[in-house]
Design a protein around this ligand. Structure first.
Ligand code: FAD
Ligand code: FES
Length: 626
């Protein structure tokens, strides 16, 4: 259950959820409106029929799929409420709504002859969607238009130009800095972001947050206003609600906006798609009532929503402490904070203590942790954690390294164990990646400008490797300067480059300590037995490990046996778990195991959208039967 902290803000908007009229607020996502109204369950899984509720709140997990105004498979966390909107939760497979009848609800039946699990890849989600998905225009929240600068794109996807000098994907700190720098240098720049408003994850909702300045979220949140204003006023064409689902031929972006797709071209492309929370595959993590801590923070920032019942926050990483502090500021009572940071990390981190002491993170970090510890009971050295309940979360059990075991009744469990680069788009574009043993994830291989092995394509921000907000913005600026110099040989920008490199160096100092100190434990990263690893296809850890015994060398071969990674989230919530499980089972490094082979579309789109793409004469001939 979630409650509003500030009743007054946001104009009232009325929607219906499963036939019940609900009062929402302008600026809410549909997910926020559902949770505020006590509607937890969004859909049931096609495999077991288990209920699911919004989990990530950032468009990654696909557990929040519902039907909106008759169009199925809409992600409620990505769509703003609109007056009169009709929301229907997705029924269990035994009660399929006629418009979903062509969705292939299957039973797991072993490897299929096509090696891809037997279902058509495209159109699996939303293939039966009606043509009319509402307006071709995406409507951003009201207050965004008055936030400053050039108004967001009007006229829907057709208003996008065919070619730009520079295209930036992602309007977080990195993308905003990149777009601002490109546009100020006179490049015709488009800034595409799938969210309804700019700011990325750290500054979610900053143009319309109902929370007042300087209280709950802290000053670091409001610092984002300057960059958002500068980017919007820079002349870059900002397009909210625009998902880039593929980089096809060189310099070509496939963009989906309000249910319609188009291909546009850019001489230089900068991916600033940021980070997502690391998977936290513990027993019961798929139960409604369990969600990511970052997801809960999105609800706080964008809609002033906080958990109302008994809430447990568990995991490790700076964000755990930040969120606990923000909840304390908001007067939210947490039942407990369960710290899963391994005690042994301290000794490893000490090797990097010298640079950490000189870093900007020391003072702020200590203040935050002390403030939380003073007011909340933090239970440390938690080595086992599980969520329990019938159909929804009812209790959390844990064990500490000292052997203390406890069961706590809980309505909400918030999970977090760090963030990792959001790699899907870059990988699908052919960008080379390597395993980073300190960050425990794959990162793109980049030069000093963020340039990749794909000509004309750079990666900036946390998508390039986790380094925090200031480093993200600095990397965005550097990628932009690289693009400007390529397109305008002789362009100066020496001072800007110098400043960005100095900022990057300053904020990279101390990161090695943080990475070592908050390194999540192996048992929290690698589940065992019947614990679900792949949320979409409900594949267990044991099933994955068993495929290694059958001779599966890596995640792509395993797909044919288990369909693991082939659900709508496209491996985002199981990719790292699978790599690490197989690495351990085979006794080889994660780099040797590799990651899923990703291909566009990196987010599910409808067959209608694909069919609506303009087609050349040559392409038609290539598939036509004589
Ligand atoms: C859930 C979450 C909460 C966080 N909260 C905080 C916090 O409170 N404080 C803090 O210091 N750090 C926080 N962080 C870390 C923080 O995100 C980074 O330090 C910083 O914001 C990274 O900036 P960025 O520009 O690289 O990426 P982001 O800020 O993540 O921005 C990436 C943007 O790209 C967009 N995008 C991604 N894929 C596509 C696509 N295919 N098409 C179109 N758009 C796309 C996303 O919508 C997003 O707006 C958080 C991270 C996460 C994952
Ligand atoms: S909650 Fe919407 S995709 Fe995860």
């Amino acid at each position: 259950m979630f409650r509003r902290l500030t009743e007054a803000s946001g104009a009232p908007v009325a929607i219906t959820i499963d036939g019940v009229r609900v009062a929402a607020r302008a600026g809410d996502s549909v997910a926020a409106a559902m949770l505020a109204a006590g509607h937890l369950i969004a859909r049931s899984t096609p495999v077991s029929g288990a209920p699911r509720a919004p989990y990530c709140l950032m468009g990654v997990c696909f557990d929040c799929l519902v039907a909106i105004d008759g169009a199925p498979n809409r992600q409620v966390c990505m769509i703003p409420v609109r007056e009169g909107m009709c929301v229907e939760s997705l029924p269990s497979p035994s009660r399929i709504h006629p418009t979903w009848a062509t969705l292939d609800f299957r039973t797991r039946a072993g490897p299929s002859s096509d090696g891809e699990g037997g279902r058509a890849k495209l159109g699996r989600v939303g293939s039966a969607e009606p043509e009319s998905r509402g307006s071709r225009e995406f409507t951003p929240p009201d207050r965004l238009t008055s936030f400053g600068g050039r108004p967001p794109l009007r006229g829907g996807i057709e208003a996008l130009r065919e070619r730009y000098d520079a295209a930036v994907v992602g309007a977080g700190p990195a993308g905003l800095a990149a777009a601002r720098t490109c546009a100020r240098a006179g490049l015709d720049t488009v800034l595409l972001d799938e969210q309804a408003a700019p700011g990325g994850q750290i500054w979610r909702g900053i143009t319309a947050s109902p929370l007042s300045r300087g209280t709950v979220l802290g000053q670091s949140y409001w610092h984002g206003e300057t960059l958002v204003r500068e980017a919007l006023a820079s002349g870059a064409h900002y397009v909210p609600g625009a998902t880039v689902w593929g980089l096809l031929r060189q310099g070509e972006l496939a963009v989906s906006l309000a249910g319609h797709s188009r291909l546009i071209a850019a001489n230089r492309i900068i991916l600033a798609t940021g980070a997502m929370e690391r998977p936290f595959p513990l027993p019961g993590w798929t139960l409604p009532g369990v969600m990511t801590a970052g997801g809960a923070q999105v609800l706080l920032k964008s809609s002033a929503l906080a958990p109302a019942g008994r809430t447990v926050l568990a995991g490790c990483g700076p964000l755990v402490w930040l969120i606990a502090w923000q909840y304390l500021n908001a007067g939210v009572q947490l039942e407990a904070v369960l710290d899963t940071t391994p005690r042994a990390n301290r000794a490893h981190a000490l090797r990097h203590a010298a640079s950490f002491v000189l870093s900007p993170y020391l003072i702020d970090g200590l203040k935050l942790m002390l403030a939380v510890r003073r007011r909340l009971r933090v239970i440390g050295a938690v080595v086992e954690l599980a969520a329990h309940g019938e159909g929804r979360l009812e209790a959390v059990t844990y064990r500490t390294s000292g052997g203390r075991e406890q069961r706590r009744t809980a309505d909400t469990l918030l999970l977090h164990q760090g963030v990792v680069p959001n790699v899907n788009l870059a990988m699908a574009a052919g960008v080379a990646h390597r395993w980073d043993a300190a960050l425990l994830c794959f990162v793109p291989v980049l030069d000093d400008w963020g340039a990749t092995n794909v000509p004309g394509l750079a990666v900036a921000g946390d998508g390039a490797g986790i380094a925090g907000v200031e480093a993200a913005a600095a990397r965005g600026t550097l990628a932009a300067i690289g693009a400007i110099r390529a397109l305008k040989p002789g362009a100066g920008l020496g001072a800007e480059e110098h400043a960005a490199r100095a900022t990057l160096a300053r904020y990279q100092r101390g990161r090695a300590f943080l990475d070592a100190f908050f390194r999540p434990s192996g048992t929290m990263r690698r589940p065992c037995g019947a614990t679900v690893a792949c949320r979409c296809e409900e594949v267990t850890a044991r099933e994955i490990v068993d495929t290694v015994a059958l001779g599966c060398p890596g995640p792509n071969q395993m797909k044919a046996f288990l369909r693991c990674g082939m659900g709508p989230c496209q491996g985002r919530l199981c990719g790292l778990t699978v790599t690490e499980l197989m690495s351990e089972a085979r006794g080889v490094l994660p780099d040797e195991i590799g990651y899923y082979r990703l291909r566009p579309p990196v987010k599910p789109i409808t067959v209608g959208e694909l069919a609506g793409l303009p087609t050349s004469e040559a392409a038609m001939k290539a598939v036509a039967r004589e």
